[in-house]
Ligand binder design. Structure first.
Ligand code: UTP
Length: 285
């Protein structure tokens, strides 16, 4: 059996342009989704998958993310003095979710480049990578399902979701050679293909198990779709030296990285987290 995965790289250095002006000063990854910022949902998912160290890739000006996960002794003391035990526990649990390591991406050159920026902090073992602009929703968190696939196959693992022809050009698409239940053996990847060039309608979503060899490929990767250094292109190079498996995961990844997705996610989560919210919204219509 493969070693359990301990580290999770979380790229959070992007510009968040789709959310401007909300993200002018506030990092997109700190936009609230219910009572937690988006990135905390991701960290909780990674911790639930067994990761004990988060390597977060920041850019200058996004230090509030670091502040969020740091202990807050003064606030904790105040909550303790006021007997606010529930809130105290909520605050305390944030900094004890995992060990946090931070690194910087100087320029937003793309997701592949952001992952490359984590290289010096990643040990020579397979690691998780999670994009915090999707929230895992369902009985089994998506990253844990990828961890299970890694235990089974010992390879790079991708999260796959079946999408429509209209949607595929927004994602990476995979070519599949073999399917075993929800697992697909991947033989090719294409980032943001035109529909006619998409090898399948299975889209690559923002959850990965990556092997450390990926860094060598990313270091030599030329810019791809959109002029950015694409993680998908680096993953494609991994096919030269080993298999890649994809998991058509159970449950959902809810998009919180676009305005529409963020609103839709709040509606989806309201019944579970703020049951009176929908009633209140309807009563004012
Ligand atoms: P997105 O493309 O969704 O984020 O990247 P963005 O670039 O910040 O958003 P827009 O398009 O301008 O609105 C997915 C994740 O990858 C990170 C982002 O911070 C986000 O968490 N990312 C993206 C980086 O860390 N570096 C990059 O160069 C690009």
């Amino acid at each position: 059996m493969a070693q359990p995965i301990q580290q999770c790289v979380i790229p959070a250095a992007g510009l968040g342009t789709r959310f401007l002006p909300a993200t002018k000063a506030l990092p997109k990854e700190l936009l609230p989704v219910g009572n937690r910022p988006a990135i905390q949902w991701g960290v909780e998912e990674a911790a639930a998958a067994g990761a004990s160290e988060m390597v977060i890739v920041l850019s200058e000006g996004k230090e509030l993310i670091r502040d969020h996960f740091a202990p807050s002794p003064a606030l904790e003391e105040l909550l303790r003095a006021r007997g606010k035990e529930t809130q105290l526990e909520a605050v305390r649990s944030v900094s004890s979710l995992a060990q946090f390591t931070y690194t910087y991406q100087d320029q937003p050159l793309g997701l592949g480049h952001a992952v490359l920026c984590a290289r010096e902090h990643v040990r020579k073992d397979p690691f998780f990578c999670l994009l915090p602009d999707d929230v895992s929703y369902g009985a089994a968190p998506v990253l844990a399902q990828l961890g299970e696939a890694f235990q089974r196959f010992g390879t790079t693992v991708l999260a796959l979701m079946r999408v429509s022809e209209e949607q595929i050009s927004r994602y990476g698409s995979v070519a599949v050679a073999e399917t075993v239940g929800k697992y697909h053996r991947v033989t090719g990847v294409v980032e943001k293909p035109a529909v006619k060039d998409a090898p399948s309608l299975l889209a690559i979503m923002g959850r990965y198990v990556l092997l450390p060899d990926i860094f060598d490929h990313l270091a030599h990767q030329a810019p791809g779709a959109g002029g950015e250094i694409q993680l998908t292109d680096g993953i494609g190079k991994m096919l030269g030296t080993g298999d890649i498996w994809g998991v058509e995961f159970d449950g959902e990844l809810l998009d919180v990285g676009t305005l529409e997705g963020w609103y839709a996610t709040l509606f989806r989560l309201a019944p579970a987290y703020a049951p009176k919210a929908l009633e209140m919204a309807q009563s004012v219509q």
